[in-house]
Design a protein around this ligand. Structure first.
Ligand code: ATP
Ligand code: MG
Length: 561
């Protein structure tokens, strides 16, 4: 049965290929993506989604979406909805196989009773403090609980009464009876059920007894017929417990747990707990703040699912933890947007120019290509006239050497238009430059052929006053100043937050074509980067754009060295 194998580019495909050859798991591939609905998905989850759904696709198998909602205190419906939306947006579908671990509560309870009947679980009355003392250390074995030898009858009776709410929260637990001397601490009679009076988002107050993740997960996998249960490295030590649980219960077709390295990215945080802390402290504008590494944040920022999938493909799947440079993610979105982004002109910090030799009240229309290499993307019209805007930083009163932009007496070309020369500066009472008086050379119109005779080094983007729409533009930087998200002693990553991660430019001038922008349409603003409309904060007549990514590609450059 090897006709299904694919060329393996990672160790998980190699494992699956071997399984298929050996006929393991009835030669099926069935994976699952099991988020805990306690926050929005982030790009780390995207790695797991692409891997699990990707493998299912490659091997013509299946992938389930399962909400791992065994822990009642945190889950919320808002998260359940956002997770579904994000998985779909990334381009994957669970084909109706969406499950909740909480659906298995009755079954999980039954399995626990079965473990008791098989003499493999017991009710323990040790206090949490005593339990810690009995557990031992990495170098010393643990000590058996005095309750370990309770009879099956007594255990069954107590466990049922735990379920029926006879005992206080935390007063008793159900533990697997494995091995207190095991060098693997996970196997030292781990707790598998605890009493906890908490409202559950789906089962309400039906249960006051909740299963632990390590116990619920393998059984949920087995019940769904999962073959390869892929999780992150921190569960490696838990794998023997995963296997023990399924063996102890006599499951025949047992899924196999495979661990891979979780994704970390420089200059950001990548845990729901930390992301939630940012949201709750109002340090960001919600889970979908364009600076957030959440999928909803990246989507709002203007990232495409294609770019994120490409990124997940490139980072690969390995068995040792590492941190990926955020520049690589940016490289992926740049490559995508370079292809699909319409070119446009936008002046972010406007400086007014008056062309003194251009007739008043007159203007002309220029036709500009939307993409330099893609004529099929069409053209657009922009106005050119007496009053224009350029970037403040494109003018210097006292230019340094090799300043090829505009300066007194100096010439530049206005992109796709004419060569202009700066003749005079107008300053306000405070000495600030408020306007430049320039002349344009009517014989240098771009594309007219005549211009070839005269070359100037600088080419500037511009917007005509007759055409301009007013907009706010936001420029984003990284959330963290340091590359590594290193937790300080008191766990305070907040001290490393970048205070300048959001810069708001309120008075920008954009070319008229941008009036029809939608959130889905991405643009390259010439010389400024890739931008899109932020539909969430835009208002009629007051559009807000933000930068998806700048043009400077530090990662791509490194690769070409
Ligand atoms: P967090 O610490 O952010 O809450 P988690 O692992 O607790 O992460 P879950 O909702 O339990 O989040 O994760 C769902 C799936 O996504 C799991 O299989 C988990 O291994 C995977 N996953 C979570 N974070 C990452 C990451 N950074 N890289 C790769 N996979 C991840
Ligand atoms: Mg978790």
């Amino acid at each position: 049965m090897s006709e299904n194998t694919v060329v393996s580019t990672n160790f998980i495909q190699a494992i699956i290929n071997e399984d298929l050859k050996a006929g393991n798991h009835k030669s099926r591939v069935h994976t699952r993506f099991p988020p805990e609905p306690n926050g929005y998905l982030h790009i780390g989850h995207a790695k797991s989604i692409c891997l699990n759904f990707g493998l299912a696709k490659e091997y013509q198998g299946k992938c389930n979406l399962r909400f791992d909602d065994t822990n009642p205190s945190k889950e919320e419906v808002e998260y359940v909805d956002s997770i579904q939306e994000d998985v779909h947006w990334l381009g994957f579908d669970w084909e109706g196989r969406m499950f909740y671990a909480s659906d298995y509560f009755p079954k999980l309870y039954e399995c626990a009773c079965e473990l008791i009947r098989r003499g493999k679980a017991f009710v323990c009355d040790l206090t949490p403090q005593e339990m810690r003392e009995y557990r031992g250390t990495l170098t010393e074995p643990g000590k058996e609980s005095p309750y370990r030898s309770r009879s099956v009858e007594e255990n069954l009776d107590l466990f049922m009464r735990m379920k029926d709410g006879e005992f206080a929260d935390g007063s008793r637990v159900l533990r697997a009876k494995i091995d207190m001397a095991s060098p693997n601490v996970t196997l030292r009679d781990p707790v598998i059920y605890r009493i906890m009076r908490a409202h559950h988002h789906r089962t309400g107050d039906e249960w006051c007894l909740y299963p632990m993740y390590d116990y619920a997960h393998p059984i949920s996998d087995a019940l769904e017929g999962i073959t390869h249960s892929i999780c992150t490295l921190e569960f490696e030590d838990h794998r023997p417990l995963y296997d023990w649980t399924l063996l102890a219960l006599g499951f025949e077709d047992r899924p196999q747990q495979i661990e891979f390295a979780r994704l970390n990215i420089t200059n950001t945080v990548m845990s729901k707990r930390k992301l939630r802390a940012l949201v709750e402290a109002n340090l960001v504008d919600g889970w979908d703040d364009p600076r957030m590494p959440t999928l909803s944040g990246l989507r709002r920022r203007g990232y495409t699912p294609e770019a994120i999938r490409d990124f997940c493909e490139r980072i690969g799947v390995a068995k040792s933890n590492s941190t990926v440079d955020v520049a690589m993610l940016e490289h992926c979105i740049r490559e995508d947007l370079n292809e699909r982004g319409d070119r446009a002109m936008a002046v972010l910090r406007p400086l007014k120019i008056v062309l003194t030799n251009y007739p008043e009240g007159q203007w002309e229309e220029l036709e500009l290509e939307n993409h330099p290499d893609k004529p099929e993307m069409g053209t657009r019209k922009v106005k050119f006239g007496r009053e224009l805007f350029i970037e403040q930083e494109d003018f210097a009163e006292n230019p340094p050497k090799k300043f090829f932009r505009l300066a007194p007496g100096q010439e530049v070309r206005l992109k796709s238009a004419y060569i202009i020369k700066c003749e005079e500066l107008i300053k306000d009472a405070a000495g600030q430059i408020v306007e430049l008086r320039c002349t344009y050379d009517v014989d240098t119109k771009s594309g007219s052929g005549i211009a070839a005779g005269r070359k100037v080094k600088g080419v500037l983007h511009w917007v005509a006053a007759a055409d301009a729409i007013d907009a706010e533009v936001r420029l984003y930087d990284y959330l963290l100043q340091e590359k590594e998200d290193e937790e300080t002693e008191d766990g305070d990553f907040m001290s490393d937050l970048n205070p300048d991660s959001k810069v708001v430019l309120a008075n920008c001038k954009l070319e008229a074509a941008l009036a029809t922008a939608t959130a889905e349409k991405r643009y390259q603003f010439l010389r400024q980067g890739y931008f899109c409309l932020d539909a969430k904060v835009s208002k009629p007549g007051k559009p807000v754009f933000h930068r998806i990514v700048s043009l400077k590609d530090s990662w791509g450059k490194q690769q070409n060295k």
